[in-house]
Design a protein around this ligand. Structure first.
Ligand SMILES: Nc1nc2c(ncn2[C@@H]2O[C@H](COP(=O)(O)OP(=O)(O)O)[C@@H](O)[C@H]2O)c(=O)[nH]1
Ligand SMILES: [Mg+2]
Length: 202
């Protein structure tokens, strides 16, 4: 059998009843697992502009603690997942490196919510992402991807990131589809909760 056809990730059509397409971005520092998360959950073969790191990016892309990484995302990752019959998420993984930050403001246009991935070995790498999201007023959740780093408590992570207590913080393994899907569901529930809080207030 043709493996491309038997691969459900290549063939899953968009359900006809889907009428609720939400644009979601996945952000965070370099090497936190953005590409991995988009790949794990996507129903379509994800688009990614992953390039083998060239000698030229050595010293620019900070490999501290992640020396096994040999490719880097030069534009962004794109994937799609149907959460249920009506809700389809369009996922954009945004590069975390400083030299791509000019892409962010465009990428955030029309974005309903974001996932900030963090690696506890390099929490400070996510500060910029959180700062930009707050600046844009884009709701987000934080997902701690487990790289076997220090076992901080949730409170310690919240303190280090100076997180608003209302921002959900969860654990995930971006390599697992179930875990990555749980991250997205948590974000969608957070967006729903914010929307209904706004309705009650108005
Ligand atoms: N141990 C561990 N490794 C992970 C996890 N998620 C991603 N990785 C690995 O971390 C590396 C960087 O991930 P990648 O998705 O390319 O990071 P990006 O730069 O944020 O897109 C890859 O080799 C992944 O296989 C995780 O939850 N745990
Ligand atoms: Mg990437």
């Amino acid at each position: 059998m043709d493996s491309a056809i038997s691969d459900p990730a290549v063939r899953t059509p968009l359900v006809r009843t889907a009428d609720n397409g939400l644009k979601i971005v996945v952000v965070g520092g370099f090497g936190v697992g953005k590409t991995t998360l988009v790949r794990s959950v996507s129903d379509i073969r994800p688009l990614s502009t992953e390039e083998t790191m060239t000698q030229a990016s050595r010293g620019i892309d900070d490999l501290g603690g992640i020396s096994s990484k040999t490719s880097t995302t030069v534009a962004f990752d794109f994937g799609r997942i149907s959460l249920n019959e009506r809700t389809v998420l369009y996922l954009f993984g945004a590069p975390g490196q400083e030299r791509f930050w000019f892409l962010w403001d465009r990428l955030f246009a029309g974005t309903l919510g974001a996932v900030v991935l963090v690696d506890t070995r390099r929490l400070a790498d996510s500060w910029y992402a959180i700062d930009r999201l707050e600046h844009h007023g884009t709701p987000f959740i934080v997902a701690r991807n487990d790289f076997g780093g220090p076992k901080y408590t949730a409170e310690e992570v919240r303190d280090a990131l100076d997180l608003d207590p209302r921002v959900p913080l969860i654990d995930c393994d971006a390599r697992s589809r179930t875990s990555s899907k749980h991250v997205l569901i948590t974000l969608v529930e957070h967006l729903r909760a914010l929307a209904s809080a706004r309705e009650t207030a108005s």
